[in-house]
Design a protein around this ligand. Structure first.
Ligand SMILES: Nc1ncnc2c1ncn2[C@@H]1O[C@H](COP(=O)(O)OP(=O)(O)OP(=O)(O)O)[C@@H](O)[C@H]1O
Ligand SMILES: [Mg+2]
Length: 254
């Protein structure tokens, strides 16, 4: 079972877009069994799938705080074959303070997903910070995918994530954690974007995906309608780029 987390502390770097569209590709197109876990209080993974995240009977918050609640109790099916989800909503913002004094606060998610069986992939969407929720995701995941928008300041965030991964490996005995792919997003063919791309290549080597996901309005439109790109515009340039990246993601696991 691969446990893939989309992580970048920078807001708006396409974590949710990739988490939702990769999870739905792996399930709906590649025929795998996938669990998507939203760990962002913005609750956008569920929203992108057209789900009502406010009135969900159990969310990631209850999963993390209620010792009696298991993954099975928090999971909801989606309309996509093979894709289940645990949704989040803004109540998840309470986690950091509620769990602040608990010794196991960074290892809750790992402990909760440890007993699950029957999924080929667990995919995590994470919030735009490197706080306790993202720490839980890193400790629980087996690999991290970093989407990077090709702007100058985005490079800072990359160095930060690499450092955090190194400390998680040491502090939580999670030596197997790795950054499996770094994917350039919102790509435009400008001199600055290409220079940043070159820097990423020097820094990450073959972990830098060969797919660059450019700006394509169909990706945004699909989300505004609560649909995946595979449902809304499967022949768009956005879908083609996301499919190419999905293939790289699948190949990275073999
Ligand atoms: N390739 C694309 N083309 C056009 N719009 C895109 C593309 N990828 C993402 N977007 C849009 O960019 C916005 C930010 O994307 P997204 O929400 O996935 O980022 P995020 O990293 O999850 O943000 P946050 O840090 O707030 O959680 C969204 O409105 C999304 O629809
Ligand atoms: Mg997001």
């Amino acid at each position: 079972m691969r446990k893939i987390a989309f992580v970048n502390e920078k807001g708006g770097s396409c974590k949710t877009t990739l988490a939702v569209n990769m999870a739905s590709y792996l399930a709906g197109v590649a025929g795998k069994k996938v669990l998507l876990i939203d760990t962002d209080p913005q609750g956008q993974s569920g929203k992108c799938l057209g789900m009502d995240v406010k009135s969900a009977p159990a969310t990631t918050l209850e999963l993390l705080l209620d010792p009696a609640l298991s993954v099975k109790d928090a999971v909801q099916p989606t309309r996509i074959d093979g894709l289940d989800i645990i949704v989040a909503n803004k109540t998840l913002g309470d986690f950091q303070t509620e769990a602040a004094h608990d010794e196991d606060r960074a290892e809750r998610l790992k402990a909760k997903i440890q007993p699950i069986r029957g999924y080929d992939y667990v995919v995590f969407d994470s919030p735009p910070s490197l706080g306790l929720l993202t720490l839980n995701v890193m400790v629980a995941a087996s690999e991290i995918v970093v989407p990077v928008s090709l702007t100058y300041l985005a490079l800072d965030g990359c160095a930060e994530i690499v450092d955090t991964v190194e400390s998680v490996k040491k502090d939580y005995g999670h030596g197997k954690l790795k950054i499996s792919l770094v994917v350039p997003v919102l790509y435009r063919n400008t001199r600055l974007a290409n220079a940043i791309l070159e820097k990423l290549g020097e820094y990450f080597g073959d972990k830098l995906s060969s797919t660059r996901v450019g700006y394509n309005v169909a990706i945004d439109e699909a989300q505004s309608m609560g649909r995946t790109i595979w449902e809304y515009a499967p022949n768009s340039r956005g879908a083609q780029a996301l499919e190419a990246f999905a293939q790289e993601l699948i190949a990275a696991g073999s």
